[in-house]
Design a protein around this ligand. Sequence first.
Ligand code: FMN
Length: 346
Amino acid sequence: MTTETALRPFRIGDILVDPPLLLAPMAGHTNVAFRTLVRELGSCGLVCSELISSHVLTTNPQSRKTRDLFDWSDREWPFAVQLFGADPAEMAHAARVVESAGAPIVDINMGCWVPKVAKKGCGAALLDNLPLATEVVQAVVEAVQVPVTVKVRAGFVPGQPTAVDFACGAAKAGAKLVTVHGRYAKQGFKGESDHTIAARVKEAVGDRMLVVANGDILDPHSAREIVEQTNCDGLMVGREALRRPWIFAQLAHTLCGHPPPNERHRPLSIARRQVELTEKWVKKPEKIVVRELRGQLLPYRLGAPTHYRNEKRAPLENELRQLLVKVQTFEDLENFFCHAETRLQK
Ligand SMILES: Cc1cc2nc3c(=O)[nH]c(=O)nc-3n(C[C@H](O)[C@H](O)[C@H](O)COP(=O)(O)O)c2cc1C
């Protein structure tokens, strides 16, 4: 395998994903503004909405919180809309709703481990009930015309990987792609992502279905190792994209033969752009949007040296974080950025 073309563009149904580098769905973060930002920075082949409850969509279709998640537009093409739920009929219904609202791909969440979701048998809990998990996939595939993908963890209980058996059932049920986060549900985010699971999934279903590896992709070096270890078709990046949304261009250069990214990104100006996009596209009251933005901007290493790796936070970073958590309005945010600019120039 030559490193320049370690990954090649692929199609989900007839939707081209080029480069095969995906932004992970992350509740509370990957709203329309962040997805648009990642798109602007380039080299991300597919983005995904935050997770949407099929149960709420079915039983309380006008729920404001759920409807706020219907924030996608064709500007983000191609994108997926993610649903979660453990009732095949509700999942089928929800899939039809998001399809008619323009979703070009429906993704099923079987990776969420948080008790609110998993205790109801949804998300990663389905990996502990493979017959039901397969039934859910089948119901969604039969409900919609658009391609269906699934995002899983290695399994539910550590040491008991069920992702491989699940993927075999999902491929048979007609899912087009599976993303494998190599942690078990019970691990949460502890430990490391075990990419041997994605490798085994690829070996088992790679002739029928696309396989994307996910978990702990931090830089081109770790990404290349994971591609070599798993032989996967694509990579999905989560938390590192919150810290450095421009990471996709670096990965595309190393793995897909794209030209080297020539721009030196400054976290501060990218964060500022995220605020602009939020003001433009997120239709919620200012108080709520700014509260959400505080959490969304914290992962940026504002005030860190341009070429930081994983060093401890610099004193200036801590100072800026303490100011950021106090902002209440867009005006406060603008003042924060002006202050940060001045401090960075010193
Ligand atoms: C704040 C946060 C929210 C997340 N929300 C979702 C979600 O809505 N749907 C989902 O499938 N995974 C969700 N995840 C999991 C990520 O998509 C991804 O699988 C995980 O972070 C591992 O990838 P990483 O090591 O690149 O971060 C979330 C992760 C984080 C950190």
